[in-house]
Each structure stands twice: as structure tokens, then as C-alpha cells.
Design a protein around this ligand. Sequence first.
Ligand SMILES: [Zn+2]
Ligand SMILES: [Zn+2]
Length: 825
Amino acid sequence: MVNYNPAEIEERWQLQWEKEDFYRSEIDHQQTKYYVLEMFPYPSGKLHMGHMRVYSIGDVLARFLRMRGYNVIHPMGWDAFGLPAENAAIEHRVNPAIWTVENIKHMKKQQNRLGVSYDWRREVNTSAPDYYRWSQWLFLMMYKRGLAYKKKASVNWCESCNTVLANEQVEKGLCWRCSSVVETRDLEQWFLRITEYAERLLNDLNKLEDWPERVKVMQHNWIGRSEGAEIVFQLKEFPGEEIRTFTTRPDTLFGVTSMVLAPEHPLVKKLVEGTEQEKEVLDFVSQMRRVSEIERTADEAPKIGLFTGRHVINPVNGEEVPILIGNYVLMAYGTGAVMGVPAHDQRDFDFARKYNLPVKVVIQPAGEVLNGDTMNEAYTGAGEMVNSGEFNDLPNHAGMEKVTAYLEQQGQGRFQVTYRLRDWLISRQRYWGAPIPIIYCDGCGIVPVPEEDLPVELPLEVELSGNRVSGLAHYESFTRVKCPTCGREAHRETDTMDTFICSSWYFMRYTSPQCQDAPFEKEAVDYWMPVDQYIGGIEHAVLHLLYARFFTKVLYDAGLSKADEPFSRLLAQGMVYKDGAKMSKSKGNVVTPDEIVEKYGADTGRLFILFAAPPEKDLDWSDQGVEGCHRFLRRIWRLVIDCREQFATGQGGSIYSTNEETLERSVHAAIKKVTLDIQERYNFNTAISAIMELVNAAYAYRQVAAKEEQNQSLLKDALQKIILLIAPFAPHLAEESWHLLEQKGSVHRQTWPEFDPQKLILDEVEIVVQINGKVRGRVTVPAECTEEELAQFAKSSERVGELLAGKMIIKVIAVPGRLVNIVVR
Ligand SMILES: [Zn+2]
Ligand SMILES: [Zn+2]
């Protein structure tokens, strides 16, 4: 008896696959392509269980689809720019580039040890000059298309990361990477005009039928489209000056009792100049500059307002409305001015009650009379307009349009659509990123680096200043450059790009990673894109997944690719927990892929991780569960070894028995279940259960029938099917077993087995066939069949067929298991 020795088997096959470039993929127009992709990792140097889970999910699909006849591309690479490499440079005095390459080497070894079927010839590393050259090229392409621009703006600043952050990278006022409190700073920064794509990014969410609903909802809310009116208020004390504001409720315009400005609003200084409020207001403004926007606008933050001593005129009724400064109004959103309608907006209501502003009801719900002096909360529902002059008695929805039309006529406003989405801030004051390829010349201004001079490479020697890696401004050899236009002394942009740029297009680079004269080859990208199945974490819902969609659309518009969405199908995998908590060093509950592979082998680890929970659900690590999966693989192994010996001796008969039928039916039932569970539902756990049942059936068959009575060809067939079905999950064990049974070629190049529905029929029953209520015959049918099938069987029986000739069938009544009555005329 040969023991199951996963370490020996797995490493031997991995070496063989590597030697043969076994999983290479090529363009083949005769075949249907399928692009399976897992989000590429940051090369931290350590593979964790979350990685192992996402790769196992991707690999099962890739292997299954190959066997189903698809031309599968399954690449892997490295999202290699970012802060940890700089920290390593400080801690270990090692160059980030060298540290990164070492980590990649190590992680790649770990991935290979899991037996994941990557086409390594397609590997990309975003920190390699031959990759970031094209990130820079794409930046310039956007610049030329007017989609990249520089401006001074209040930006989110993380002191601990020593860099600015995009809005998407601030979560509840904290840095997404290090959880420090984010501050606001005024800086000259580069932006990408993602807002230009807001409408398309929103509308095209409808095309993404196979994305999780929650991810689409998150993007939908992040883009935040709203319809309403821009309204112009004239200033009472400064004739000719105006304040613009946006509202989604122009129907409530008659109820405005305050105008609240952001502290940064450009008019503030002028408004308070010389008033008794001047000092107080300006102090408040400078105080607000030290608080982050997110903190200011948090739901639980107190709403603070200060009167400026000035007023605006309401354009519909000429009323004077006081102007206040409020901490909760932001300049970056909308116009930095909010009209206060306390009767019909809860935030305005709270604010009005706090500062004793009048509450004026202008929408009256049916069957109720609201009173502004006594109401306890704002009324935000529908109703009829009141106290609204010529618009009185209109339903408020009709009123929205009417009021907007009136304002347009008066030149005091217009219909407007606004978005919550802001332009993407991409400048980072870091060393380890792709340099922004821009040169500043005193004579020529902003000059893009000519394409032939790309890449703008990072300086090789890293300098440290204090406990930080110096930003690029520190390296004179880098910053000094001749202006490409006029030849005079000039200097380079010293910011690097947000690493999310590198990951916004890597899936296209995979299609032709060696391409030298473009980011990717047109033929390759058009053949392989879009990604058919993308697998990764939900935490990227409004970061990477939104940015990648934006890039894909820009590339589509530029004619570089035919895909206008990057990912047809998205699977957001669940987390891996142990003892009810996320695995973490501090909790001491970490299990590493290395440990599992060493103790049980990669096949067991993969099988467990897929068996323990459906892919999108959280998974609780269980040592017993791993043991169980290992025992199951050993059971397959023993079956293979035993049968192999048995086949060699030629023992066995071919006597028909009910045992055989049972085993045969189990084979087909398993094929059906595994196929549908993988293909339609991604229920890998129930697919594995079905294989377990089949293995049990094979054992049972061998126990019931004496050896000499066992049908060898049937047993052989069952065994083959078990190996084919387990191949995507436990690729090494399957490959070894396949060879032990002296089958030809690799198990991973075999066609996926088909099931025969006939073989699934459990039992047959005889039913009565009536015509117009009279018994005219009997037919034998499968015990489990639908009413339609039953009717079909009845009509096709010979005797009944004769009787039906020339008659018109009015109705067929089928009672499964009993009878069919055919009503004719
Ligand atoms: Zn930070
Ligand atoms: Zn110049």
C-alpha cells in the first residue's frame, strides 16, 4: 500500500507544470475566451489566508472552465508601489526596489506551492519601469484629452503618511491606510477629471448584472446624482453681487428663512468687513480651517452658525433673508452656500430652532395642518404648496418644475444636475510611486514629458531624511532637467501618482505584458477584455472598482480598447475568521498558508477553504474541518490505490446487479450537481459534498459486491469521474491519480464529464391514460417527471397515438404518479 504523501506529489507536479509552461494562454479565435482574474496583491512578502482563499476560488474556476473547453487566461502580478516599501527602507536600510523584488520572489514561490494555475509569462510588476512607463503614458494621454489638470485646492492631508489622500481614501475622517485623523491643507495638486464620467459611471451600473447589488449601491451613492435647481440670490447690501445655491427642492423656495455659507466661501470677508460681527466671524473661519471637512460634517458634530449682519433677497417673494456662516456647509460640494428651509429639511430645522430662525411651512400634507411655531420636526414628504404666491395649491412635485421654469424666465436660476463625486486627486508626496511626467519651465509653463523620454525613472539611490524616505523634491539629479520645448533650465514635477492609478489598468497589460510600443496590443486587449470573472475584496467598492471603470471608459473613448466596462462579473469574497475574530497577530489566531501546506499539503488547504463556506460568505477556520478534508483526500487516494491493484489482477465480472445501477446513478448525479454548482451558483462547498457522496457510493459498491463480481469497467468509470470532478479543487492529487490509473495525458487537459439524464431516472411507474375520461391504455414513465413530460409520454404511446389520430386535443390533465386524461373533440 502506497501512502498518500502530498508534499512529494505536489512539488513533483508543480515542477513539471512549470517546466512545460503548462498554463500558458494564447489568442485563439476558434475558441471562446474566458478571463479569470483575482485582484493582484501588494507584495508584502507574506501570503495570508485571505490570499489563499481568493486564489483558490479563482483557480477552481480557471481549471473548471478550461476543462469545459474555454480558452482561459488566468494571470497574476504585483501592485508594487506604496508605503510599506518605504517603511522597510527605513527599518532595514534596504532599497524599496530590492525589497519589493525579494518579496515578489518569495510570494510567488508561496503561490506556486498552492498549485494555482497562473500563466506566469504574463506577470506584471507596477513598480518596474517597463510598467510605470505606461502608467505615465496614460497620464499624459489624459492630460492631452483635458482629463488631467493641476489646481490649488483644500485637500485631505495625512500627517502620518506624509501625503495627501483622495476623498475615496478617507473613511469617517480617518486615513484608509493608517487610520490617522485626516487634516485639510491648501496645496497645488494634480487631479483626474473623473466627474466628467459621472453620468456614464452611474448609468452603466445597469449593465453590470452580475455584480453584487451592495457594490453597485455603494458606487451609486458615492457618485450621488441629484436633480434640482441652481438659484441666484441677490445681496441686499451689495447691489449687483449675488450668491448661487443648489437645491433639490425648488418647491420649498418660499420657505427660505436663512442663507448659510461655508466658512471658506469667497464672499465671507467682504460681507463682514466693517461690521460688528467681523472679528468673531473671521476667528471662526480660521478655526474651521484646522478641522477636517469630514469632522465638520459628521452627523453627530454640533451645527454651529454665526450671523454676518448681511442679507440676500429671495427671488420669488422679495423677502430679506439673513446670511449666516455654518460649519456644516462645505465649499468643495456644490456652491458652498445652502438655502435654509427649516419646515422641510431636518438639518435646517435643528439649525433654525437652535438660532431662533423662523420656521415657515410651504408644503401642507393632505389631512393635516402644519404649524411652523409648534412642529417638532421637519416635514419632508409630499403635499400641496401653501404660502407660495401664485404657486399655491399645486402638488409640490409639479411645483418643482414650475418654480424652476419661473426662475429661468426671470434669469434667477435654472434646472441643474449635481454629483457628489469629486475629481480624483492623484498627487502623492512620496518617493515610492510612479513620477508624474511633467516639467515646469519658467518660459513655457507646464510641459508634458515627450513620449520618447518615458519612463521618467525614480532615482535609484534612496535618501532618508529623519525617519522618512525623502520625497523626489530632495533629489537634485532628478528635479533638474532641460525644458523639452525651449531647452532652458527647468525642473520636474516631484509628486508621484496615487498607486490606484497603477491598478486601474493592469488587467489590460496582462493581455500583452511585453508590448514595447503601447500600454497593450490592440488585438490582445480586444480579444481578452473584458475580464469575465473578477474576484476580490468588498473594501475596494468605491476605490479600485470605480477607478478601474473610469480608466476603462477613457481608454474606450481614446479608441485603445473596445471594452467600456472592465469586469463583467464580480465576486466579493468573504473574510477568513478564526474563533469568531479576524485573523491577526495581536489576537494570536493566525493560521498561515505555509503551515497548512506543510502539515497537510496544498490540496487539503484548498479543499477546506472552498468547502467551509460559499465564496461570498465569511469563513470560520476550523482545525477539525481541515482534518476532515485531509481524510477525504486520503480516502480517494486509497480507493485509487486499491482499485489499481484490483484492475492489475484482472479480477471482476460483469454481472448486472442493482448495486451497479446505484453506483452508475451516483456517478451521473454527482456530475450534474458538481457542474451546476460550480457553473451557475459558485457553490463550491455543495459541489465538494456531491463528490464526497460519490466516493461513499464507490466504497459501498466495493463492499456489497464480492471482488470477483465487481464490474471493473463500471468501477473504472466511476473512479475516472471522481478524479475529473476533484481535479479543479485538488489538482495535484487528481493528476497523480490519473497517472496511477494509466490514463493518457494530464487530467487538467481532459474534457469535463457530461451527465446522462436517462441515468438519473430513479424508478419507473405505470400510469393510466384516459381519453375523455375512459381508460384507453397504460404507459411506463419515470417516477419523477413533470406534468408536461407526463402528457408527452402519454401522447407518444402507440395505442393512444392511434386513437388520437384525426382528433383535436382540447386539454390534457396530468396527475403525476397516477394518470393522464386527454380531452378531445
Ligand atoms: Zn495615513
Ligand atoms: Zn521652456
